[in-house]
Write a protein that binds this ligand. Structure first.
Ligand SMILES: Cc1cc2nc3c(=O)[nH]c(=O)nc-3n(C[C@H](O)[C@H](O)[C@H](O)COP(=O)(O)O)c2cc1C
Length: 217
């Protein structure tokens, strides 16, 4: 059955038994097709996309970065991702190396430093000299106030340190001043759309035949 026929008849296409797939691949593909062609089509397509496991990490002293991090984690969950929320207080570079996606929301204090409780994490990260985060995609939202000499410096330093350790920027860092609502909304939007692209390409890697034959367009 062609995809065109399936759409016009409402019948669900399937992978025939003699197609060149093993049982597991056939089961996955049939599930995938069933999802796409079920009655509730748009929701079904979203359901077939894989969830990404994403760590939302914040460096906060008076709560602003923490509040924004909560919103990001909630937003990611509502999009079907598996999002965890943690303070960088007590967090370790080793734990970060286990992650594939990390979102940082970091405020600046002192002479352009991390919030007090986060300094141990950053000191440990600075001891690392060799790339070990090649598998990590990340983005930093830096919080600060532009009347300070070292505007958003901790967020900037953290972003640069992660890049120097091999991590890949999923979305460029954005620096927020006191009026941050609009900037935050734009960064969040950009971040979500990058994650959506990653999720779609992760889905396509699982299903190379459908992509190769352009069945999904
Ligand atoms: C004592 C103090 C020092 C600060 N130092 C800086 C600074 O050096 N650079 C900067 O950009 N912002 C600085 N800020 C502003 C904070 O980073 C900003 O208000 C941020 O939104 C606070 O986030 P938080 O509530 O998550 O801690 C400072 C704020 C305070 C109260």
């Amino acid at each position: 059955m062609t995809m065109q026929t399936a759409r016009s008849t409402g019948l669900v296409p399937y992978i025939p038994d003699n197609a060149p797939f093993n049982e597991e691949q056939r089961a996955w593909l049939n599930g995938f097709l069933a999802g796409i062609f079920s009655a509730a089509q748009p929701a079904a397509v979203a359901d077939t996309l894989p969830s990404l496991k994403i760590a939302v990490l914040y460096a906060s002293q008076s709560g602003t970065a923490e509040g924004l991090a909560r919103k990001v984690a909630k937003g990611l969950k509502s999009k079907g991702h598996i999002a965890s929320l943690s303070s960088l207080e007590g967090y370790t570079p080793a734990a970060l190396a286990e992650e594939r996606y990390a979102i940082f929301i970091a405020s600046t204090y002192g002479e352009g430093d991390a919030p007090d409780a986060v300094q141990p994490f950053y000191e440990k990260l600075c001891v690392e000299h060799f790339p070990r985060y090649q598998d990590l995609s990340y983005s930093v939202l830096a919080l600060g106030e532009s009347h300070y000499e070292h505007f958003c410096k901790f967020g900037i330093d953290l972003d640069n340190k992660l890049a120097s350790l091999g991590a890949v920027r999923l979305h460029d860092r954005v620096d927020c001043d006191v009026e941050l609502d609009e900037v935050f909304a734009q960064w969040k939007q950009g971040l979500y759309s990058r994650l959506e692209s990653r999720r779609r390409s992760a889905s396509c890697q699982k299903c190379p035949v459908l992509v190769r034959h352009n069945f999904l367009t």
